[in-house]
Design a protein around this ligand. Structure first.
Ligand code: PLP
Length: 392
């Protein structure tokens, strides 16, 4: 939730409640983007709400439960907007994120990550009275570490087996799924709820057609793995897919029950490059000040890697952020400097403010204590990134 001292650093007045579709947000009266201290991460609340509504509508249309990944924003306020629009529960990446969202009143949480460690198992056990929990696993060895505290307490933890549908990161290959799932189903202290996957390789696809093909295969391969498990007599309640570029394609596949996109609330330059959305669908930008113009072809802003992150543009490298409304982009970063390659026919002056569309919104949010909610140029709210840095 909003904290007064965090508003002070932006030079803003105290907030009053602002009604939005998910409840109320702390409202910042009479403040515009021009008065914000920079660099500031700004979220256009109108675009945010439109993105939330669009994905919720798609999931409703195909009868799939939407479980947005909250690692993108790490903000309970934004999660409340997602819930108000029909999200079924939340996905998170870390036990620490689950704790923050459980404390904020979210009672259905899936840790979409192969969590390993008895310490994590004990923390999950202490959450289990407050929330319906699910956790990702991709090995019996890993699941055993979580199972132990639950078994000793006479309880069981829901697990979903991660299946690799082509990303090549974590997850069992489809041919091993029945074997591993069978052993999980016999492991005291856990209960097999289903299967899940994430087609992160969609971010490397060079054309929209290639993204769509990955999305189709994501759904089909996971649905096929679920069918194999059922044939072997194993329980599969949930068949969960999801990334932002592949969400719409994968959720339409028969047999898929749940979708877990995260980035869609904000979008970013990579989603635009992938053809997921247009620039007008990007809710998160960074407002920065030009602090130096040392040469006609170079300008420097006060947002470096500690503000924008050094994540590359996907699917092809192309600098570290696009100046909105201009062709210039950030071509080099150091911690507090973003060096713009000034495009032909453009110029910048010292003191000028620019808005930068970052490559990867999820990592940008995690670098900041709060996001500044705006509508047009009007500052409306300060959103605390409450689960920021919860990497354990
Ligand atoms: C397991 C898992 N599920 C869902 C997502 C959400 O994907 P996206 O950020 O593309 O929406 C991610 C993102 O990293 C993920 O790792």
């Amino acid at each position: 939730m909003y904290q007064g001292d965090r508003v002070g650093v932006f030079g803003l007045d105290p907030p009053t409640p602002l009604a939005r579709s998910g409840g109320s947000l702390p409202h910042m009266p009479r403040t515009t983007l021009e008065t914000l201290a920079t660099p500031a991460v700004v979220v256009d609340l109108d675009v945010l709400e439109r993105n939330i509504a669009r994905m919720a509508g798609r999931a409703r249309e195909v009868g799939v439960r939407l479980r947005p990944h909250a690692k993108t924003h790490k903000c309970p306020e934004i999660a409340r907007l997602q819930r108000a629009a029909g999200a079924w529960g939340l996905s998170v990446a870390k036990v620490g994120e689950a704790e923050v969202f459980a404390n904020a009143g979210f009672d259905d949480l899936f840790v979409a990550y192969p969590v390993v460690g008895e310490d994590k198992g004990r923390r999950l056990l202490s959450l289990a009275d407050r929330a319906r929990l699910g956790v990702g696993v991709d090995s019996v060895e890993g699941a055993r570490t979580l199972a132990r505290p639950f078994r000793e307490a006479g309880r069981s933890l829901d697990v979903l087996l991660k299946v690799d549908v082509g990303y090549g990161r974590v997850g069992v290959l489809a041919e091993r799924a029945v074997d591993v799932a069978g052993r999980l189903a016999n492991l005291p202290g856990v209960r097999l709820r289903g299967v899940f996957t994430h087609a992160g390789h969609g971010y490397l696809a060079e054309t929209r057609a290639a993204v769509d093909e990955i999305a189709r295969l994501e759904g089909e391969r996971l649905a096929a793995a679920a069918a194999d498990l059922r044939t072997a007599g194993l329980p599969v309640e949930e068949v969960s897919v999801g990334s932002t570029p592949t969400a719409w394609g994968a959720m339409r596949v028969a047999g898929v029950t749940e979708c877990r996109p995260g980035n869609y609330v904000f979008h970013d330059a990579s989603q635009v490059a992938l053809g997921t959305c247009g620039v007008e669908d990007c809710a998160l930008t960074v407002v920065a000040t030009v602090v130096s113009v040392p040469a006609a072809d170079r300008a420097v802003v006060d947002a470096g890697s500690k503000t924008l992150s050094s994540d590359p543009l996907r699917p092809r490298a192309g600098g570290y952020g696009q100046v909105l409304g201009r062709a210039s982009r950030i071509e080099k970063l150091s911690e507090e400097h973003g060096v713009l390659a000034v495009a032909e026919g453009e110029s910048f002056r010292v003191g000028e403010r620019v808005r930068i569309l970052p490559n990867h919104a999820c990592v940008v949010a995690n670098l900041h204590d709060c996001l500044v909610g705006v509508s047009g140029d009007q500052v409306e709210a300060i959103l605390e990134v409450a689960a920021r840095g919860r990497v354990r």
